[in-house]
Design a protein around this ligand. Structure first.
Ligand SMILES: C[S@@+](CC[C@H](N)C(=O)[O-])C[C@H]1O[C@@H](n2cnc3c(N)ncnc32)[C@H](O)[C@@H]1O
Length: 205
Protein backbone atom coordinates (compact mmCIF):
# COMPACT_ATOMS: atom_id res chain seq x y z
CA UNK A 1 0.00 0.00 0.00
CA UNK A 2 1.36 3.44 -0.92
CA UNK A 3 1.83 6.00 1.83
CA UNK A 4 -0.12 9.25 1.60
CA UNK A 5 1.62 12.62 1.92
CA UNK A 6 0.08 13.14 5.38
CA UNK A 7 1.30 9.77 6.66
CA UNK A 8 4.77 10.58 5.27
CA UNK A 9 4.67 13.93 7.08
CA UNK A 10 3.60 12.20 10.30
CA UNK A 11 6.44 9.65 10.04
CA UNK A 12 8.98 12.42 9.36
CA UNK A 13 7.75 14.44 12.35
CA UNK A 14 7.66 11.33 14.54
CA UNK A 15 11.25 10.29 13.88
CA UNK A 16 12.58 13.85 14.23
CA UNK A 17 10.74 14.38 17.52
CA UNK A 18 13.29 14.78 20.35
CA UNK A 19 11.03 12.92 22.80
CA UNK A 20 10.76 9.94 20.46
CA UNK A 21 14.56 9.86 20.22
CA UNK A 22 14.94 10.25 23.99
CA UNK A 23 12.37 7.49 24.66
CA UNK A 24 14.31 5.13 22.39
CA UNK A 25 17.60 6.07 24.04
CA UNK A 26 16.23 5.56 27.56
CA UNK A 27 14.42 2.30 26.70
CA UNK A 28 11.00 3.84 27.35
CA UNK A 29 8.03 2.28 25.62
CA UNK A 30 6.44 5.51 24.44
CA UNK A 31 7.07 9.24 24.22
CA UNK A 32 3.91 9.52 26.37
CA UNK A 33 6.06 8.35 29.29
CA UNK A 34 7.58 11.85 29.46
CA UNK A 35 4.16 13.41 30.03
CA UNK A 36 3.62 11.41 33.21
CA UNK A 37 7.23 12.00 34.26
CA UNK A 38 6.82 15.76 33.90
CA UNK A 39 3.50 15.83 35.73
CA UNK A 40 4.89 13.63 38.48
CA UNK A 41 7.97 15.83 38.87
CA UNK A 42 5.73 18.84 39.42
CA UNK A 43 2.93 17.25 41.43
CA UNK A 44 4.59 14.31 43.24
CA UNK A 45 1.75 11.93 42.43
CA UNK A 46 3.34 8.52 42.70
CA UNK A 47 4.92 7.10 45.86
CA UNK A 48 6.14 3.61 46.78
CA UNK A 49 3.37 1.46 48.29
CA UNK A 50 0.57 2.83 46.11
CA UNK A 51 -2.14 0.86 44.37
CA UNK A 52 -2.61 2.35 40.89
CA UNK A 53 -4.95 1.72 37.96
CA UNK A 54 -3.65 2.76 34.50
CA UNK A 55 -6.42 3.00 31.88
CA UNK A 56 -5.39 3.07 28.21
CA UNK A 57 -1.97 1.75 29.19
CA UNK A 58 -0.52 0.30 25.97
CA UNK A 59 2.29 0.16 24.96
CA UNK A 60 3.14 0.73 28.62
CA UNK A 61 5.05 4.01 28.94
CA UNK A 62 3.03 5.29 31.91
CA UNK A 63 2.99 1.89 33.63
CA UNK A 64 6.75 1.67 33.11
CA UNK A 65 7.30 5.05 34.80
CA UNK A 66 4.85 4.26 37.61
CA UNK A 67 6.38 0.83 38.16
CA UNK A 68 9.84 2.41 38.52
CA UNK A 69 8.54 4.99 41.00
CA UNK A 70 6.90 2.29 43.14
CA UNK A 71 10.41 0.86 43.74
CA UNK A 72 9.10 -2.68 44.15
CA UNK A 73 6.46 -1.67 46.71
CA UNK A 74 2.98 -1.33 45.32
CA UNK A 75 0.85 -2.56 42.47
CA UNK A 76 -0.49 -1.41 39.14
CA UNK A 77 -3.47 -2.77 37.24
CA UNK A 78 -3.10 -1.70 33.62
CA UNK A 79 -5.85 -2.00 31.02
CA UNK A 80 -5.99 -1.48 27.27
CA UNK A 81 -7.79 -2.72 24.19
CA UNK A 82 -4.37 -3.47 22.72
CA UNK A 83 -1.93 -5.95 24.12
CA UNK A 84 1.04 -4.87 26.24
CA UNK A 85 4.27 -6.68 27.20
CA UNK A 86 4.68 -7.42 30.92
CA UNK A 87 6.31 -5.12 33.48
CA UNK A 88 7.30 -5.61 37.14
CA UNK A 89 4.39 -5.14 39.58
CA UNK A 90 1.93 -4.65 36.72
CA UNK A 91 -1.11 -6.86 36.12
CA UNK A 92 -2.42 -6.33 32.62
CA UNK A 93 -6.03 -6.74 31.48
CA UNK A 94 -6.72 -6.62 27.76
CA UNK A 95 -10.17 -5.33 26.86
CA UNK A 96 -12.37 -2.44 25.94
CA UNK A 97 -13.06 -0.28 28.99
CA UNK A 98 -16.51 0.60 27.60
CA UNK A 99 -17.62 -3.02 28.01
CA UNK A 100 -19.31 -4.17 31.20
CA UNK A 101 -17.48 -7.53 31.13
CA UNK A 102 -14.11 -5.72 31.07
CA UNK A 103 -15.12 -3.50 33.98
CA UNK A 104 -16.12 -6.66 35.80
CA UNK A 105 -12.68 -8.22 35.12
CA UNK A 106 -11.06 -5.05 36.45
CA UNK A 107 -13.29 -5.12 39.54
CA UNK A 108 -12.22 -8.70 40.22
CA UNK A 109 -8.53 -7.99 39.77
CA UNK A 110 -8.74 -5.22 42.38
CA UNK A 111 -9.61 -7.88 44.93
CA UNK A 112 -11.17 -5.32 47.27
CA UNK A 113 -8.08 -3.03 47.28
CA UNK A 114 -8.71 0.68 47.76
CA UNK A 115 -7.09 2.54 44.87
CA UNK A 116 -4.74 5.46 45.57
CA UNK A 117 -4.46 6.76 42.02
CA UNK A 118 -6.35 6.30 38.75
CA UNK A 119 -4.55 7.30 35.55
CA UNK A 120 -6.32 7.56 32.22
CA UNK A 121 -4.42 8.29 29.02
CA UNK A 122 -7.21 6.69 26.95
CA UNK A 123 -7.89 8.29 23.60
CA UNK A 124 -10.16 7.16 20.79
CA UNK A 125 -8.84 6.22 17.36
CA UNK A 126 -8.69 9.59 15.69
CA UNK A 127 -10.73 10.33 12.58
CA UNK A 128 -9.36 13.89 12.39
CA UNK A 129 -12.92 15.22 12.62
CA UNK A 130 -13.53 17.07 15.87
CA UNK A 131 -17.27 16.42 15.77
CA UNK A 132 -16.56 12.68 15.93
CA UNK A 133 -13.39 12.50 18.01
CA UNK A 134 -14.35 14.97 20.77
CA UNK A 135 -17.56 13.21 21.94
CA UNK A 136 -15.68 9.89 21.95
CA UNK A 137 -12.90 11.43 24.04
CA UNK A 138 -15.34 12.97 26.53
CA UNK A 139 -17.20 9.66 26.80
CA UNK A 140 -13.98 7.78 27.67
CA UNK A 141 -13.08 10.47 30.21
CA UNK A 142 -16.57 10.24 31.75
CA UNK A 143 -16.28 6.48 32.08
CA UNK A 144 -12.85 6.86 33.68
CA UNK A 145 -14.27 9.44 36.11
CA UNK A 146 -17.19 7.17 37.04
CA UNK A 147 -14.68 4.40 37.74
CA UNK A 148 -12.45 6.71 39.78
CA UNK A 149 -15.37 8.00 41.84
CA UNK A 150 -16.53 4.47 42.62
CA UNK A 151 -13.17 2.84 43.35
CA UNK A 152 -10.73 5.49 44.57
CA UNK A 153 -10.18 5.68 48.30
CA UNK A 154 -11.20 8.91 50.01
CA UNK A 155 -8.55 11.55 49.20
CA UNK A 156 -7.36 9.49 46.23
CA UNK A 157 -6.14 11.17 43.02
CA UNK A 158 -7.17 10.99 39.36
CA UNK A 159 -5.16 12.05 36.31
CA UNK A 160 -7.07 12.06 33.03
CA UNK A 161 -6.38 13.13 29.46
CA UNK A 162 -9.11 15.18 27.79
CA UNK A 163 -9.13 17.18 24.56
CA UNK A 164 -9.87 20.88 24.82
CA UNK A 165 -13.16 21.47 22.98
CA UNK A 166 -16.87 20.85 23.34
CA UNK A 167 -17.64 19.29 26.71
CA UNK A 168 -14.28 20.17 28.28
CA UNK A 169 -15.60 22.87 30.63
CA UNK A 170 -18.55 20.73 31.76
CA UNK A 171 -16.18 17.85 32.44
CA UNK A 172 -13.92 20.13 34.48
CA UNK A 173 -16.95 21.24 36.50
CA UNK A 174 -17.88 17.62 37.16
CA UNK A 175 -14.34 16.86 38.35
CA UNK A 176 -14.53 19.80 40.77
CA UNK A 177 -17.69 18.35 42.30
CA UNK A 178 -15.93 15.10 43.14
CA UNK A 179 -12.41 16.29 44.05
CA UNK A 180 -11.14 19.02 46.36
CA UNK A 181 -8.53 20.40 43.91
CA UNK A 182 -8.36 20.23 40.11
CA UNK A 183 -5.52 21.62 37.99
CA UNK A 184 -4.86 21.57 34.26
CA UNK A 185 -1.47 20.37 33.08
CA UNK A 186 0.04 20.65 29.60
CA UNK A 187 3.49 19.06 29.83
CA UNK A 188 6.22 20.29 27.46
CA UNK A 189 6.32 16.80 25.95
CA UNK A 190 2.67 17.17 24.85
CA UNK A 191 2.75 18.63 21.34
CA UNK A 192 1.52 22.22 21.37
CA UNK A 193 -0.72 21.63 18.37
CA UNK A 194 -2.40 18.70 20.16
CA UNK A 195 -5.69 19.55 21.87
CA UNK A 196 -4.84 17.17 24.70
CA UNK A 197 -4.80 18.50 28.25
CA UNK A 198 -4.22 16.56 31.44
CA UNK A 199 -6.59 17.21 34.29
CA UNK A 200 -5.22 16.36 37.69
CA UNK A 201 -7.95 15.94 40.27
CA UNK A 202 -6.69 15.54 43.82
CA UNK A 203 -8.40 14.50 47.01
CA UNK A 204 -11.53 12.52 46.17
CA UNK A 205 -14.31 13.79 48.38
C1 LIG B 1 -2.12 7.57 24.05
S1 LIG B 1 -2.30 5.85 24.11
C2 LIG B 1 -1.72 5.47 25.73
C3 LIG B 1 -0.24 5.53 25.89
C4 LIG B 1 0.22 5.02 27.22
N1 LIG B 1 -0.20 5.86 28.32
C5 LIG B 1 1.72 4.92 27.28
O1 LIG B 1 2.35 5.69 27.99
O2 LIG B 1 2.27 4.04 26.61
C6 LIG B 1 -4.03 5.67 24.31
C7 LIG B 1 -4.47 4.26 24.54
O3 LIG B 1 -5.86 4.23 24.87
C8 LIG B 1 -6.35 2.98 24.46
N2 LIG B 1 -7.81 2.98 24.43
C9 LIG B 1 -8.61 3.79 23.70
N3 LIG B 1 -9.89 3.47 23.89
C10 LIG B 1 -9.91 2.45 24.78
C11 LIG B 1 -10.96 1.68 25.37
N4 LIG B 1 -12.24 1.90 25.06
N5 LIG B 1 -10.63 0.69 26.24
C12 LIG B 1 -9.32 0.46 26.53
N6 LIG B 1 -8.29 1.15 25.99
C13 LIG B 1 -8.58 2.13 25.13
C14 LIG B 1 -5.72 2.79 23.09
O4 LIG B 1 -5.74 1.44 22.70
C15 LIG B 1 -4.30 3.34 23.32
O5 LIG B 1 -3.38 2.32 23.60
Amino acid sequence: MRRTQSSNDWLKEHFQDPYVKLAQKQGLRSRAAFKLLEINEKDRLIQPGMFIVDLGSAPGGWSQIASGLLKGRGQIIALDRLTMPSLPDVTFIQGDFREQSVLQALHQSLNGHAIDLVLSDMAPNMSGMGGIDQPKMIYLAELALAFAVEYLKKDGDFLVKVFQGVGFDDYLKLLREHFTKVVIRKPKSSRSRSAEQFLLARGKR
